[in-house]
Design a protein. Structure first.
Lengths: 748, 563
């Protein structure tokens, strides 16, 4: 029936945008104003394929209820394109390393583990998580690309922009489809490179160049964490594959996230090594997803073109950290301390970023801090380590991708119309001149603020529920309480004691953080954040779209039909806004009421690990939490309305009542200054010393050594006289010398 | 699987060579009647046909022997390398030819010879047939005939392509020195005949291995002469010390397409000669026991220090000479000398490993890490990656052709066009011809051994195979292990020196502004050859396994003990 196998289709998702990117690069100058065609065609085709794959994967997941309901079993498909750099018998794990620990290398491997092969299989995988991510990436990518045809119109770098966007879609698809930690690392870097190039797209602007550099350098810190984590994974598990592989002699080599290891309760390293791996992965995720303390790059990244901000720095690339942790769920589940850290980092980031967001006057920066804050929400949810927490995080990722892309594109539409001005104090009352932008922006804002029944309300509610369940386990039924107290959740892989003994033993180190009190604090922090989110979101809406209509000088509209000028953006920009407004409004209710996404995701192999799957709870709507969340949002909106609704946006602001706190927030908690004093300046001093040392000591030595071959070459060159007789003579003399030496050696 | 077949069957075994010669005859005869480029078209068709009948690589250990011919994994590997390179070089040479055609009537110096194109194609085919013959030769006479079938067409091609003073000087130099090298190899052949009493390499090897200690009197005298002279004959073809002097002068004097030929095909012949002489002392795969006589032991223990020393000296000499070169072809000539040194590393390693296996010293090959390639396999792998990159660079230079002259309509008569000769001529190539600049960069980085390009895998395999020799032995002064550890260190140091001049070319292309640009008038086929090499290099980069497996099979047939 099917003409294409899923594995062919899977390859097409990254391949088509790549072809689009290459064609754009090659034909860019020829196509001129039509340079977007190859990129958009590639991404559109990839989006169609991704949706087909999503449907195909959904068919494989067993139904949640009905006559055919059964226990969730993992769904995955691996397509190995080729094996790169494969060596048989490459490596013998040292005695006593975790890789030789019989409990960590289950079953068949023990026999053949003396010598391991090394290879980097270029393998793509398809499972519910990947299918979901692919759909988000390609669909948002497509809308952003279409929008960009209007936004980037007349830009001299038009072809370059589309080539980069297509390149990004390729890299990001590979990142979420790769089935190997090394490939993940490669494309982790690749999306970082695309991000760098797009932030610095207008590289002649010093701020843009500086922001690009900052983003790149801060991300390096996280990438460093990922690299070390990959090394440790290789040392601990002897493989970097996610999936199981079967060697030619029939031995199953368990992959890190393969079903063999997932089925094994003791398959994952806990203890110091496991925690180190998880914390390093968390560091990597913090870099890419702009979490404390590596969040400083994201606001500056707004120097890039707005569509790129929407795609990369709001909807997709920054969610790579969420993806990585969800994918590594079983690793984290073995280390409760590291998991709790994920939540602590996330909730703190959410709160801090929301506070900073309340006093920003740059519309794009408000959205940037809101992105950081919402990503913090997702981290807080992931850190619960429960099935609900993981699925809620991805649910929020999905809704956030819709409404945040919508908000960014809306902000871009405003910026486009206002002649590049994005300071909210310089315009106001735009709803009269940009009706479509205003209406769609309002939908996005309502979704972000968590107003029922818009999308954000439901996903935020799920996250609060996940946190609440950890803080007040008794309130969520016996099943869950049991899982927390004595189930396999408290699994310490290096312990041979009964699980029960481990659970009751006093937790030490980081693991001591995993107690209800911690989660109760985190829950309240998240609830406060929800209120703050609603406040700054509607503050931005009121400042931009309500009050007396004002536009900055330099913005030029076109004749409107009812007397005053219209500033509405072209159709290529408003259509994506309207399309994105639909899921921003509806997708939350749809997915929540049917519980489709959560059930679908629970078939992801990583989430079928017993340690995660055992925490499954029945799908219920927590009315009390919904009321708390709605109340928080309502308070935020009301305060915003008191301060800004209908007022001039350049008037005195509500935030002046905050006093010294306002200074603190406006200066972003002085993170940049602290980093400058404690990290950047000392490093610069060190770099200066190193440069001097390099110039005078090392270079001196190297120059001396480098002079040696050159001097030698001078001598050798003298023998290169160009005279045939001398060449022949030298050759024959050489041969004679060889023969005499050999004869002498044979005698001696 | 062994068999002695009728002469009709051995006729079939030589089908690729026969096809090549047939194509050559068609070209020679047809040249009298047809136009400019048809000869090269026939040549390409002939090469592709030869590829089709050459057949796949036999699985481990399988071989066919008939008369003086032996076809096994090694000879198949060499044959495929030769034919593949032949196809690429034919494109390069045809491109050069096209340039000759368009420059006809332009007055400068002696200029290029414009006629005789079909003759060139035919001569080139004969050369390939000869080289392919050396791959399957299992007999001294056949081997020598093969080598001469390589040398003589080379003289003709050198002389035909370029008729100015430089070209004549280059071809004459090559001619005389090549004669000396052939004579030296003939001495080696005579001595080997003296040892074995037969021209069959199989019989000579068997005699050599069965000769016990003390050796027969004659062998004591003949063995060093045979090894030394054979090494000299091979060294000329490899452009290795002490027969390397000609390379810079000849490369500079001849056309880029001939330089492409000289830097690749004779190297294959040199490797084949060395492997054949080395293999005499290594037990063939089908022999039952491991007993090796004293004469073979002496052979091996003479062979490996010699090869190792020549390898170290050759790569160092080549690289330090290259550092000072500004002329592009002289620089690449020096680089090709250096690469001959790298190739010798694997040969020396194979000899030392064989010597270790034969019981002369502590047991080797018991390592905790390995890339799975023995010394010989590593050399064969390296040979392919080197030839691909070098042919690619020369194809690109051929394709780029000439610089734009500094000339405006009002400034007097148009000056003669200048060939791209120095590194400076490539300044700013990335902006005037980005595709060629990218391709050249790729080839240079591969030659420099930058991961993940093929050259890196090659150098890595060579270094690890050298480090594996006597893995468990202690490193003491003068021990075999100390020799090879030093050899690996010298290899790595040389790779670092080499990176300097390769990167200088890349820097010129990407970081300097161009003053005049290039004409890219070297002909479309040379451009196609360049792209073909690029594609192949990228293919080996993403999927090196195929070449790994095939070269390891080829090496294992000769180096027995690796399973």
């Amino acid at each position: 029936m099917q003409e294409f196998s899923p594995s062919t289709l899977l390859v097409l998702v990254p391949l088509l945008p790549l072809v689009g990117a290459i064609l754009t690069v090659m034909l860019g100058r020829t196509l001129g104003a039509k340079a977007h065609l190859p990129a958009i065609a590639g991404i559109a085709a990839a989006a169609a394929v991704a949706v087909m794959l999503l449907a195909a994967t959904a068919r494989d997941v067993s139904p949640a209820h009905g006559p055919h309901a059964e226990a969730v079993r993992p769904v995955e498909m691996i397509s190995t394109l080729w094996k790169w750099a494969s060596f048989d018998a490459a490596y013998t794990p040292p005695e006593g390393s975790p890789a030789t620990d019989a409990r960590l290398t289950p079953r068949d491997l023990a026999a053949s583990q003396d010598v391991r092969s090394f290879s980097i299989p270029v393998a793509l995988r398809l499972d519910p998580l990947t299918a979901t991510m692919l759909t988000i990436i390609t669909c948002v990518g497509l809308l952003v690309a279409i929008y960009s045809t209007g936004y980037m119109h007349d830009d001299p770098g038009y072809p370059r922009f589309f080539a980069l966007v297509a390149m990004f879609v390729f890299s990001m698809s590979m990142l979420v489809a790769a089935s190997n930690f090394l490939l993940v690392y490669v494309f982790w870097e690749a999306v970082g490179a695309c991000s760098y190039l797009l932030i610095g797209f207008w590289f002649t602007k010093p701020e843009a160049a500086r922001a690009a550099k900052k983003a790149f350098l801060v991300n390096r810190v996280g990438d460093f964490g990922l690299a070390i984590a990959v090394f440790l994974l290789w040392m601990s598990y002897g493989t970097l594959d996610f999936h199981d592989t079967i060697s030619p002699d029939g031995v199953i080599m368990p992959g890190i996230l393969g079903q063999t290891r997932l089925a094994d309760a003791a398959g994952y390293a806990g203890g110091a090594v496991g925690t180190a791996i998880c914390l390093l992965l968390l560091l990597a995720a913090c870099g890419k997803s702009a979490q404390l303390p590596l969040h400083v790059w994201l606001p500056d990244a707004m120097e890039g073109p707005t569509p790129a901000s929407a795609l990369i720095h709001a909807a997709t690339m920054v969610t790579a950290g969420i993806y990585l942790i969800t994918r590594s769920a079983p690793l984290f589940a073995a280390c409760p301390g590291a998991l709790t850290m994920v939540s602590i980092v996330g909730a703190t980031t959410a709160l801090v970023a929301a506070l900073i967001g309340t006093v920003q006057n740059d519309l794009k920066r408000v959205l940037a801090y809101s992105t950081i804050s919402q990503l913090g929400y997702m981290f807080a949810s992931l850190g619960t380590g429960t099935l609900l927490g993981f699925t809620a995080a991805i649910f929020h990722l999905l809704t956030h991708a819709c409404f945040k892309a919508l908000l960014f594109l809306g902000a871009g539409s405003v910026m486009h119309a206002m002649g590049g001005v994005i300071d909210m104090r310089r315009f106001g009352g735009l709803r009269r001149v940009m009706p479509i932008t205003a209406a769609t922006f309002f939908v996005g804002a309502a979704a972000l603020a968590g107003v029922a029944p818009f999308a954000g309300f439901f996903s935020k509610d799920e996250i609060l529920a996940a946190l609440h369940a950890k803080g007040w386990p008794a309130a969520h039924g016996d099943h869950h309480a049991m899982a927390v107290a004595g189930g396999p959740f408290h699994l310490a892989a290096f312990s041979t004691d009964a699980t029960h003994a481990t659970a009751t033993a006093p937790a030490v180190g980081l693991d001591a953080l995993d107690r209800p009190e911690t989660w109760q604090i985190l829950f309240w922090m998240s609830l406060v954040t929800a209120g703050l989110t609603a406040f700054y979101t509607f503050r931005a809406v009121f400042m931009t779209f309500t009050g007396p209509t004002r536009v900055p000088e330099g913005a030029h509209g076109h004749g409107g039909h009812d007397g005053h000028e219209s500033y509405e953006s072209p159709a290529s920009m408003t259509w994506p806004l309207m399309i994105l407004a639909v899921p921003s409004a509806l997708v939350g209710w749809l997915l929540f009421s049917t519980n489709w996404l959560a059930h679908f995701l629970s078939a992801t192999p990583s989430l079928t690990a017993p340690t995660v799957a055992a925490t499954a709870t029945p799908h219920v709507f927590h009315m009390d939490l919904a009321i708390q969340g709605t109340l928080a949002a309502a308070i935020g909106i009301v305060i915003a309305a008191i301060g800004h609704l209908g007022r001039r946006s350049d008037g005195p602001q509500l935030e002046r009542f905050l006093g010294p706190l306002q200074t603190l927030f406006a200066n972003k908690f002085y993170f940049d200054q602290i980093y400058s004093v404690f990290i950047v300046r000392p490093l610069e001093a060190l770099a200066l010393v190193a440069a001097l040392f390099d110039r005078y000591v090392i270079d001196g030595t190297v120059d001396a050594i480098a002079g040696l071959p050159v001097a030698l070459g001078g001598i050798v060159r003298r023998s290169q006289s160009g005279l045939l007789q001398r060449y022949a003579l030298a050759g024959v003399m050489g041969v004679l010398a060889i023969v005499v030496l050999l004869a002498w050696q044979l005698r001696g | 699987m062994t068999s002695n077949m009728s002469s009709l069957q051995s006729f079939f075994l030589l089908a690729p060579e026969i096809l090549l010669v047939t194509a050559a005859l068609i070209t020679f005869l047809g040249g009298a009647f047809t136009g400019l480029r048809s000869g090269w078209f026939v040549a390409l068709v002939g090469i592709v046909a030869a590829m089709l009948v050459a057949g796949g690589q036999p699985a481990d250990g399988a071989w066919i022997e008939s008369g003086g011919i032996r076809i096994d994994a090694f000879s198949t590997y060499i044959r495929w390398t030769v034919l593949g390179l032949g196809a690429i070089l034919a494109l390069v040479q045809a491109g050069d030819l096209f340039r000759s055609a368009v420059t006809r009537g332009n007055s400068f110096g002696g200029g290029f010879h414009t006629g005789g194109t079909c003759e060139e194609a035919g001569t080139f085919l004969i050369l390939l047939a000869g080289l392919s013959l050396t791959a399957v030769a299992n007999d001294l006479v056949l081997l020598f005939i093969g080598l001469e079938l390589v040398s003589i067409p080379t003289y003709i091609l050198l002389a035909l392509k370029r008729t100015d003073a430089h070209g004549q000087e280059a071809s004459l130099k090559y001619f005389f020195l090549s004669l000396v090298a052939s004579a030296l190899f003939l001495y080696a052949a005579v001595c080997l005949y003296g040892i074995g009493g037969s021209t069959s390499l199989a019989i000579i090897g068997a005699r050599l291995r069965s000769a016990g200690e003390p050796m027969p009197g004659m062998a004591t005298v003949l063995l060093p002469v045979a090894i030394g002279m054979a090494m000299a004959g091979a060294a000329f073809r490899l452009a290795a010390v002490p027969m390397q002097f000609y390379a810079p002068d000849v490369y500079e004097g001849t056309s880029p397409s001939n330089a492409a030929l000289l830097s690749t095909l004779p190297k294959v012949a040199g490797i084949v000669v060395l492997v054949r002489v080395l293999a005499l002392a290594i037990m063939p795969t089908d022999a039952g026991d491991d007993a090796v006589g004293g004469a073979a032991m002496a052979h091996l223990s003479l062979f490996w220090p010699l090869a190792a020393t020549l390898a170290a000296v050759t790569m160092t000499v080549g690289n330090v000479m290259a550092l000072l070169q500004r002329n592009l072809r002289r620089l690449l000539a020096c680089s090709s000398i250096a690469h001959a040194g790298y190739l010798l590393v694997g040969i020396a390693t194979a000899a030392a490993a064989a010597s270790a296996r034969a019981g002369n010293g502590p047991a080797g090959a018991d390592t905790s890490w390995t890339l799975g390639l023995g010394g010989l396999s590593a050399t064969l792998f390296y040979l392919a990656t080197y030839a691909l990159a070098t042919a690619g660079i020369f194809a690109a230079i051929t394709y780029l052709g000439h610089r734009w002259p500094e000339w405006t309509a009002g400034s007097g008569p148009r000056p003669p066009r200048e060939e791209i000769a120095t590194v400076d001529d490539l300044d700013g190539l990335s902006s005037t011809n980005p595709v060629a600049a990218f391709a050249i960069t790729l080839f240079l980085l591969s030659l420099a051994g930058i991961p993940p390009l093929p050259g890196f895998w090659g150098k890595l395999s060579l270094a690890t195979s050298a480090l594996e020799v006597d893995w468990n032995a202690a490193i003491t002064l003068g021990s075999r292990r100390a020799w090879f550890v030093s050899l690996a260190v010298i290899l790595v140091l040389n790779a670092a020196i080499a990176a300097a001049y390769y990167l200088r070319i890349i820097a010129a292309m990407y970081f300097r502004s161009n003053r005049r640009g290039v004409q890219a008038d070297g002909g479309l086929t040379a451009g196609i050859a360049m792209l073909l090499c690029t594609a192949l290099v990228l293919m080996v980069t993403v999927q090196p396994r195929g070449l790994f497996v095939s070269s390891s099979r080829a090496g294992n047939v000769i180096e027995k003990s690796r399973p």
